[in-house]
Design a binder for this molecule. Structure first.
Ligand SMILES: [Zn+2]
Length: 412
């Protein structure tokens, strides 16, 4: 009882962020490590000190806390470069503006927990002003969730002429945006034609670059993707109708391609009754989304034929999809024919690089943040293993530890 009282006392005087700082080193015993850079390490240890990976394969320090992850497959925490963490259902329908803000933020926090528990330790949210408080609360360590990068409110062709767009880019930076999200085309349901002019794209992406901000651009048609690429924007999102000529252009410019082929359309169709009748979610739109699945799959297969094209890992997760972000990996490999190692690199180091976090996360190496997850099974050999995350560490703190649930593990 006295001990319990003392614990309460310590919990009261030390704020949670301090409690997170792990003073004892952690050792992860591993039989298989996919390091996120294309290497596979066998029978080694990963030493974590504080929030960082101290070394891989070195000696275990004295007094370390050890997690035995042998029998599992260890990878860096996965990254979703396009997740709408704020989108959620309330009472079985897509939540809208009439929802009380207290309910909205708690649903968003729930999505953050689901996403982290699925092994995604970093996400990029292309646009919701409410992201900022959630991002900051997670960064303070008071809510479990992935590291969040957000654009806050996106910009569109209606945001104003080029000079106004430059001003809005500066304003977003002031407001705390991590990057800029632009809508350069219509939705896939409306054909995806270019909406922002070339001059608007040049102004927005040029201004962002001069401020050190990345730009991610919703662009479906080849014309809109081409214009964004020539304007020096960082990545093309969706790109359902991008041609081979424009894929070559993107590869030459180092423009990232973020197809979303494995989760978003499937999720809309699975949850049709929760969206139907809201905004442009009508029967016609759903009929198109059914066809859209094969359109985006074919485009993805063509993209794979451009070896220099940097294909990153975004799902476009909306309400109902959070926590199932690994479905994208399964569809890319199983249906798209992507090499499983390439798909893994896309979800780890390549996406980290695209977020300018290549020296922070996305690989298992000394000095990197200790974002480390483990699967029951090897996703490179059995794609469905991507659904079986048994261990999640983010920045040195263990959030998920379901080791006893591993059949292969306990058999050893
Ligand atoms: Zn989106």
């Amino acid at each position: 009882m006295l001990r319990f009282a003392r614990l309460l006392f310590f919990a009261a005087i030390f704020p949670p962020t301090l409690a997170l700082a792990q003073t004892r080193p952690i050792v992860l015993k591993a039989s298989t490590v996919l390091d996120g850079k294309g290497h596979t390490l066998f029978n080694t240890i990963i030493v974590v000190e504080g929030t960082k990976i101290a070394n891989v394969g070195g000696a275990a320090p004295a007094g370390a806390i050890t997690y035995d992850l042998t029998g599992l497959t260890i990878t860096p925490g996965w990254i979703d470069t396009h997740s709408h963490l704020y989108w959620h259902f309330n009472n079985g329908r897509l939540a809208g503006k009439d929802e009380p803000p207290t309910q909205a933020i708690l649903h968003a926090a729930e999505n953050a927990v689901l996403t982290l528990n699925a092994g995604f330790t970093t996400i990029q949210s292309p646009g919701s002003p409410e992201d900022k408080d959630l991002r900051d609360a997670i960064a303070r360590g008071i809510i479990p969730g992935p590291r969040i990068l957000t654009s806050l409110e996106p910009l569109t062709e209606q945001s104003g002429p080029p000079e106004k767009l430059r001003e809005l880019v500066r304003e977003r930076k002031q407001q705390g945006a991590d990057f800029i999200k632009l809508f350069a085309s219509k939705s896939i349901r409306e054909g995806g034609a270019q909406t922002m002019t070339d001059a608007q794209l040049q102004a927005a992406c040029g201004e962002a670059k001069s401020l050190g901000l990345r730009t991610i651009v919703h662009a479906h048609s080849a014309e809109s993707a081409k214009a964004a690429t020539l304007a020096g924007c960082t990545s093309i999102e969706h790109g359902a109708y991008v041609t081979d000529e424009v894929f070559d252009l993107m590869a030459n410019h180092g423009t990232y391609y973020d197809p979303n082929i494995g989760l978003v359309l499937q999720n809309y169709l699975d949850n049709k009754e929760k969206f139907l009748g809201i905004g442009n979610y009508n029967e016609q739109g759903f009929a198109f989304m059914e066809k859209g699945k094969s359109i985006v799959l074919d485009t993805f297969k063509r993209a794979l034929k451009h070896p220099d094209l940097k294909i990153i890992y975004g799902t476009d997760a909306v309400a109902g999809a959070h926590g199932r972000n690994a479905e994208e990996f399964i569809v890319r490999v199983r249906d798209g024919g992507q090499d499983p190692m390439a798909a893994l690199l896309s979800a780890t180091s390549l996406s980290a690089e695209s977020l300018s976090l290549g020296n922070v996360t996305g690989s298992i190496a000394p000095g990197m943040d200790a974002d480390i997850i483990a699967f029951d099974g090897n996703p490179l050999q059995d794609v469905t293993a991507a659904r079986r995350v048994l261990f999640v560490m983010k920045a040195g703190k263990v959030f998920v530890n379901r080791l006893q649930e591993s059949s292969s593990h306990s058999a050893r």
